[in-house]
Design a binder for this molecule. Structure first.
Ligand code: MG
Length: 201
């Protein structure tokens, strides 16, 4: 069996960042809701003062609800391959990173904390597979200097279907042979990846 290097995004793949962010935003006195369907740029529509306070709230991550099947999928992949959790540290990394580590430790105590990579630019990371909710991240990673045209284990990028990405291949021109939007969570994606192991890397 080939051991693949797999990157799993945290916010939007493992946990419901949007709901958690809106909760922290309203707790900070922010008014209103973003328009639907929500796009990943939804924060730009909100009151910037309450937005900044929400970013400074460790509860933003500590209270993030895992998507169903997310940690079962992470565990299945981690048991067979080299898995790293990647995450954008946001505007206040000194607050965000310890909170993200605690959140990961709470929901996945079996996952090595040194495998959390706080990095926003996916194009700088070499790996075989990326699981990310944001089509822009996938496109950036696929076109990065280390991954351009690379195909490993079948598909290279998987996006769990979200409001902001379900039309991703059509809208963003993601290469259909390399990236796929999956109508399911990380457990479904993990099954697809583990099934693809028969494809030579
Ligand atoms: Mg994300």
């Amino acid at each position: 069996m080939c051991r693949l290097t797999i990157l799993v995004d945290m916010d939007g793949v493992l946990g419901d960042f949007v709901t958690s962010f809106l909760s922290a935003y309203h707790k900070a006195g922010g008014m209103g809701e973003p328009s639907r369907p929500i796009q990943w740029t939804f924060i730009d529509e909100l009151d910037p003062i309450a937005v900044d306070e929400a970013w400074r709230d460790p509860g933003l991550w500590l209270h993030e609800h895992p998507y169903p099947g997310a940690f079962a999928g992470l565990r299945a992949l981690h048991e067979r391959h080299s898995v790293y959790v990647v995450t954008d540290p946001g505007p206040h990394p000194m607050i965000a990173i310890p909170a993200k580590l605690r959140w990961l430790g709470t929901h996945a105590p079996w996952f090595p904390q040194r495998r959390l990579w706080p990095i926003s630019d996916r194009s700088k990371i070499m790996a075989d597979i990326l699981v990310d909710d944001r089509a822009e991240n996938v496109r950036e990673w696929l076109s990065g200097p280390t991954n351009n045209g690379r195909i490993a284990g079948g598909l290279s990028a998987y996006l769990p279907s979200r409001e902001w990405n379900h039309d991703a291949p059509r809208i963003h021109g993601l290469p259909t042979g390399l990236a796929v939007v999956v109508d399911g969570e990380l457990d479904t994606i993990a099954r697809m990846i583990l099934k693809d192991e028969t494809v030579p890397v």
